[in-house]
Every structure is written in structure tokens, then in C-alpha cells.
Design a protein. Structure first.
Length: 106
């Protein structure tokens, strides 16, 4: 005996959470946030490189032997990757942000 499946098109089913993930504004903000994080990582390059070198040298013991380097990375990223700084970054790049929203709608 064959079971019947509901008569609907799976493409027509709408996921309410999908709207939030795919909205143009969220997409543009996500791109802007990635750019912001990239800049923060560039500003913390010295600390990141030091931690990376320590990690290469220590292998599995990185957790124990590179704590001071990780702490330096965390402190630097806390300064340059904070929510307050992101809000300022958004204000400084509001024209770019709006342009990205318009472009993503096309």
C-alpha cells in the first residue's frame, strides 16, 4: 500500500525564520560586520601573529603555554571589535551600508 503525501509544493512553503536571515538589510549589515572584523584583525595583527607563532611552536600544549598571547589577542579584539565600535563604524559607513542594501535588492 502506498502512502499519499500532502498535495503542496515544497517551494511554496514559507519559513518564518527565513525572512530574517535573507532580508536585504541583514545581508548588508552582515557584510559590513565582516569588513569591520577584518579591520579589527588587521589592527591586532601583531598579537595574532605572536599567538600563531606560539601555537606552531607548542602544538597541543598551546592551551597552557600560550595563555599570555591569547590574553593579548582577546584584549586587543575587545578594543577594536566591540559592539560600541561597530555602531560607530556603521554610522561612519552609513552611505556604504545603504548602497549595499540597494545593490542587494537588485
Amino acid at each position: 500500500m502506498r502512502m499519499s503525501t500532502p498535495n503542496y509544493d515544497a517551494g511554496q512553503v514559507k519559513d518564518t525564520g527565513r525572512d530574517g536571515r535573507l532580508s536585504f538589510r541583514n545581508f548588508a549589515e552582515h557584510q559590513l560586520r565582516n569588513e569591520f572584523k577584518r579591520e579589527a584583525m588587521q589592527k591586532c595583527d601583531v598579537q595574532l601573529r605572536a599567538f600563531s607563532e606560539c601555537g606552531k611552536a607548542e602544538g597541543l600544549m598551546v592551551v597552557f603555554r600560550c595563555r599570555e598571547f591569547k590574553k593579548a589577542v582577546d584584549e586587543c579584539m575587545a578594543v577594536y571589535n566591540s559592539s560600541e565600535r561597530f555602531e560607530l563604524f556603521k554610522q561612519e559607513h552609513v552611505e556604504d551600508f545603504e548602497r549595499r542594501i540597494i545593490q542587494s535588492k537588485k
